[in-house]
Design a protein around this ligand. Structure first.
Ligand SMILES: *Cc1c(COP(=O)(O)O)cnc(C)c1O
Length: 437
């Protein structure tokens, strides 16, 4: 049971007000990482597996050729957006950057990291067990030949999704020949269902929310020995696929001669749904940058499941509906009522904090980014900018003092992690850009 008296912030959360929450259980990065059920070796293993698949990816998805089959996004400085947001007058110092996972190849969202990685991991296991690949040194492009496709045609890949995870799993597994089945919640957008069907993916629709779609998908998959279920709430493989982003980011920061260390802190703002994507990225960042990385999750005021789970300590044992919120938001990628228990546990000692954002502001950020920089990202991804703007809050100011960062915020780098948007159809972009709530 939840004792609301012990969690005063939850009164504001319950009332649907925006909040800034600092994680009281955060510890030093090394001990937080040591407490996790996965570590650096697992993330390196994931990176090596993606490298083995890179030649196949480059062949199957020509848009990845320029990066030799690596699915990676730009890190872009946002000078005009920084000005547009009034950072200087708000006392927000340091650079503002955009990590453009919104434009990742194949799936157009952060899910192109975790989702595609999990499909590839299963694919490799099956290929090695069946002899299609003799070993991990073999030519992975063999998997695109008819013989392999026929083999994968006898296997199913299933997932429950609000949209973007389904797109990443669906597109990748259909491309490899699997029977791909995506179980979608009521709030999943029609264009995503249409796009998946056009790629040969079976879309099963549910009238309920994301939790129901996942539950049904899992039950159906578990009944079938030839089916793999991508479990957004518990999957370590998804998590590891997301975590790889940190190695790539480190390289990009080095290339742009941006230092990250104790005197040059890195603040990262990640839109959060069930927690897998931001959790995996945050874990990778703590591995690479240690205590110099400060990670914040951002959630909608009506669906702050991770915040409620972490503040209450109940993790997946509580939903936003349990405290009277609707779980309904325009940010379809973040419309999740119950957080991943696995992620909540891993993040407990590592996450710096969370902030929530009203839906109306997502459209303001969307317009401001488009007008100032000419970049379009989807409403869910715009939540990242609420993180940046929260720097002026008394809670964040206290966090900066508590971490002895007052003297070095001039040297800070702030990264808004843009989690999706490049596949949004043109007519929807226009309506998003005109939308005022
Ligand atoms: C999935 C998604 C997120 C959040 O990822 P979770 O793993 O659900 O926390 C954020 N933004 C977009 C656009 C997404 O598709």
């Amino acid at each position: 049971m939840l004792d609301m008296q012990k969690h005063p912030i939850l009164h504001d959360v319950q009332a649907g007000r925006e909040v800034v929450w600092i994680n009281p259980k955060k510890r030093d990065a090394a001990s937080g990482i040591a407490a996790a059920p996965v570590g650096i070796d697992d993330v390196l293993d994931a990176e090596a597996r993606l490298a083995r698949f890179a030649p196949l990816i480059a062949e199957a998805f020509p848009e990845t050729k320029a990066r030799d089959g690596l699915i990676e996004s730009e890190l872009m400085e946002l000078s005009a957006m920084r000005e547009r947001l009034g950072a200087d007058s708000a006392g927000i110092t340091g650079r503002l950057m955009l990590k453009m996972d919104s434009h990742l190849a194949i799936a157009g969202s952060v899910k192109a990291r975790g989702g595609i990685y999990e499909v590839l991991k299963v694919t490799e296991q099956l290929a090695l067990a069946s002899g299609i690949l003799t070993d991990t040194e073999d030519d992975y492009k063999k998997l695109l030949l008819d013989e392999a496709r026929t083999f994968y045609g006898g296997k199913k890949m299933q997932v429950g999704s609000t949209g973007n995870l389904g797109m990443s799993i669906g597109i990748m597994s259909a491309a490899l020949g699997y029977q791909a089945i995506v179980h979608m919640s009521a709030d999943a957008k029609q264009w995503k269902k249409d796009l998946l069907r056009s790629r040969g993916v079976t879309v099963v629709e549910y009238s309920g929310d994301y939790g129901e779609a996942v539950k049904n998908g899992r039950v159906q998959s578990d009944l079938d020995p030839d089916s793999h279920f991508v479990d957004d709430e518990n999957s370590r493989d998804l998590f590891l696929g997301y975590a790889v982003a940190a190695f790539r980011l480190k390289k990009q920061l080095d290339e742009q001669e941006i230092t990250v260390d104790a005197a040059h802190p890195l603040f990262v703002y990640l839109p959060c749904g069930v927690g897998g994507a931001p959790g995996g990225v945050c874990f990778g960042l703590k591995l690479v940058f240690g205590d110099a990385a400060h990670c914040f999750f951002v959630e909608p005021t009506q669906a702050p499941c991770m915040l409620v789970g972490m503040e209450s300590g109940l993790h997946s044992g509580i939903s936003v509906q349990d405290i009277g919120l609707t779980g309904i938001t325009e940010a379809d990628g973040l419309a999740v009522g119950r957080p991943s228990g696995f992620i909540g546990g891993v993040m407990e000692p590592l996450l710096s904090g969370e902030m929530t954002v009203e839906d109306a502001k997502l459209y303001d950020y969307l317009r401001e980014l488009h007008e100032s920089e000419g970049i379009f990202i989807e409403p869910s991804a715009c939540a990242a900018f609420q993180g940046v703007m929260s720097l002026q809050s008394s809670q964040l100011q206290a966090y900066i003092r508590a971490n002895h960062l007052e003297g070095c915020m001039e040297n800070a780098t702030h990264i808004a992690w843009a989690t999706g948007g490049s596949l949004v159809p043109e007519e929807l972009r226009v309506s998003f850009l005109e939308k005022h709530l």
